[in-house]
Write a protein that binds this ligand. Structure first.
Ligand code: PLP
Length: 450
């Protein structure tokens, strides 16, 4: 079946063929689920579309709704599905492990956790080789921040305006957007100017923004800090690639102030940027702690903190563990993910298809005034919509409209940025050029009718 608009209009772009039909769905309708959600699920939850989508099947870069309609998942879950939905190798690994041992605690030995830790460490540079598993990105960042404070004996954390690091109090503190923050105690965090080449005050001059971090150290702290934490491409913040030269200068200032550097690779890790396996590599730095989640298990709840033996030792001062972190089913999935990325050359694909898609989107920018900026790397791309290019006025309503219409055509994309006016394109890394063409042609179709 085709997405709703496809059947009515012969001029609409056609979705690339895909040889798979999901089994028939006999479950509750979207309306029934919505009613339950209203009564039994947190009112904080929101859905993206005017007419909510009831997703019942997933296969590689595609999702299927309750009527068997296929959609290109160009959001990739939320940048979580790197190998593709229900990738057979990942599913096999999960089933095999589930049949054998579904749960084991860190109190006993089990090879699933040790094998994955070893494989993960082999993907990291320098002395980054000690892994602590968590269940989410939030937990990973909470732990990283705590480790930095314990290791340095300092409390001050520096993070970026517009960054996103999680939804518990420590990570909410490090997050730099009011829309994701509640008024609860989040002490000890200083937010530096965002090195945002599009909206930032210093354009693409990374070293000028880095001076602001030095100023924060000099004027806002005792001169010593615990850590600097940032993403290398801000995801939730609207796919903002940090200005070139920023991280080397900041990591230098932090080191001089006795602090350590934490790279939050929750969205930008696992080959997504195409040019490198980790986002931080594009700035030529080596952090002291790397945090990860999302793609690590292809969407399975799993996160990790990787650090050096010297820093990891701080956790031995007390008893510290995590009941589900490193669950063997999740780590078996993680190991399968690393193998699939390698076997299927997903990093190379992210680079090739991502560059192709970015070029096509840049060409669209020349066609439509509403596209203020196209940015990002590999298969982590952002498209910022503005009603006035000079003023960079966020085109919030138009963003929602385009997203909604693209969904009707069969393309799911994400949305982010402080003003909610940036499309986030973070598909599974098996995304093809044909999928990219379909995405751009669909956006063109919708924009040409606005
Ligand atoms: N860090 C980054 C960069 C994220 O994008 C997110 C989630 O979107 C998090 C941390 C928090 O991860 P989680 O939602 O798994 O707790």
């Amino acid at each position: 079946k085709e997405a709703p608009l496809q059947k009515d209009d012969v001029s609409v772009p056609k979705m690339p063929p895909f040889d798979y039909s999901p089994p028939p769905y006999n479950g509750p309708s979207a309306g029934e689920i919505l009613a339950k959600r209203k009564d039994y699920l947190s009112p904080s939850l929101f859905h993206l579309y005017k007419k909510p989508l009831n997703v019942v099947d997933g296969k590689m870069q595609y999702l299927f709704d309750d009527e068997g309609r296929r959609y290109v998942d160009a959001f990739g879950g939320i940048a979580t599905v790197c190998c593709g939905h229900c990738h057979p190798d990942v599913v096999d690994a999960i089933i095999k492990q589930t049949k054998r041992l579904q749960h084991s605690t860190v109190l006993y030995l089990n090879s699933a956790i040790a094998d994955f830790a070893e494989a993960l460490a082999s993907k990291l540079p320098g002395d980054l080789k000690v892994v602590f598993f968590t269940n989410s990105g939030t937990e990973a960042n909470e732990l990283a921040i705590m480790m930095a404070r314990l290791y340095t004996g300092c409390q001050d954390i520096i993070s970026l305006r517009n960054g996103y690091h999680g939804n518990a109090t420590g990570t909410m503190g490090a997050t730099g957007q009011s829309i994701w923050k509640f008024n609860v105690v989040q002490s000890g965090v200083h937010h530096a100017l965002n090195p945002d080449p599009y909206r930032g005050v210093f354009g693409s001059d990374g070293e000028k923004y880095a001076k602001d971090v030095q100023d924060l150290i000099d004027f806002g702290t005792s001169g010593n800090v615990a850590a600097f934490i940032s993403e290398t491409i801000q995801g939730v913040g609207g796919i903002v690639e940090l200005a070139p030269g920023y991280l080397p200068a900041v990591y230098g200032s932090i080191k001089n102030a006795g602090g350590i550097s934490i790279a939050d690779e929750v969205q930008s890790g696992f080959a997504r940027t195409g040019s490198h396996f980790w986002g931080f590599e594009s700035q030529g730095v080596v952090p002291d702690i790397v945090t990860m989640a999302k793609s690590i298990g292809n969407g399975i709840p799993l996160g990790a903190v990787v650090t050096t033996p010297k820093i990891a030792v701080v956790l031995t001062r007390r008893s510290y563990f995590n009941t589900f972190g490193g669950n063997p089913v999740c780590t078996a999935a993680g190991l399968a993910v690393l193998r699939v990325i390698e076997k299927e050359n997903l990093q190379e694909n992210a680079l090739l298809v991502g560059s192709y898609l970015k070029d096509r989107l840049m060409a669209m920018k020349n066609k439509y005034e509403i596209i203020g900026d196209v940015r990002g790397r590999g298969l982590m791309l952002g498209i910022e919509l503005v009603t006035d290019r000079q003023e960079k006025t966020p085109a919030k309503a138009e963003t929602l409209h385009v997203m909604d219409q693209m969904k009707e055509l069969g393309v799911l994309i994400g949305k982010g940025g402080f003003y909610g006016n940036v499309f986030r394109i973070t598909p599974p890394l098996c995304f093809t050029k044909e999928d990219a063409d379909f995405l751009v042609d669909s956006m063109d179709y919708v924009m040409s009718r606005m």
